[in-house]
Write a protein that binds this ligand. Sequence first.
Ligand SMILES: Cc1cc2nc3c(=O)[nH]c(=O)nc-3n(C[C@H](O)[C@H](O)[C@H](O)COP(=O)(O)O)c2cc1C
Length: 165
Amino acid sequence: MAKQKTLLVYYSRTGTTRAVADAISAALPCDAEEIVDTKNRLGILGYLRSGFDAFFERPSALKPTRYNPADYDLVIVGTPVWNASLSAPVRTYLTMQKGKPKKVAFFCTYGGSGSRRVLGQMAEACGMKPLDVLDVREGEVKRGEHWPRVRDFVASLIGRVQAAA
Ligand SMILES: Cc1cc2nc3c(=O)[nH]c(=O)nc-3n(C[C@H](O)[C@H](O)[C@H](O)COP(=O)(O)O)c2cc1C
């Protein structure tokens, strides 16, 4: 995996998905990029807007991203679950970058339900089957219990990328 290039891309509204992304990048050398949405998603109105946008698959307006997924052997994408649906910023990113990644893996963070549906929606949005997926509950992250599963996820990805090389 030393020669494999990995890009980690994620969106986080309140920091939970960012914490999992930080744990992944601590275990795996990679370029990391946070998706920045221009829509205000803070407060109660932002919360409601986010749930609506995710459920109705409305695109968002993102700030330009720095890295090109086509330049990497593996692209890992992370999202929070919104209304049992893929978050609007990550749906927009995956749709915009469709056809560029060589291999993908996905992770999501969530309160308690909808993670499997969202991981399926990520595959649909980018038109690719992931090498592996990880879903982490917000509570696990708050208690600092996410590290072992993150390390297993990274180890699995390293094995799968090497097997496919
Ligand atoms: C608009 C909205 C809708 C949500 N809907 C769900 C849901 O359907 N199921 C769930 O388990 N968690 C849901 N959550 C909780 C988030 O998925 C969870 O807090 C996540 O870890 C937040 O990640 P972040 O801090 O990176 O933004 C929702 C959060 C928001 C803001």
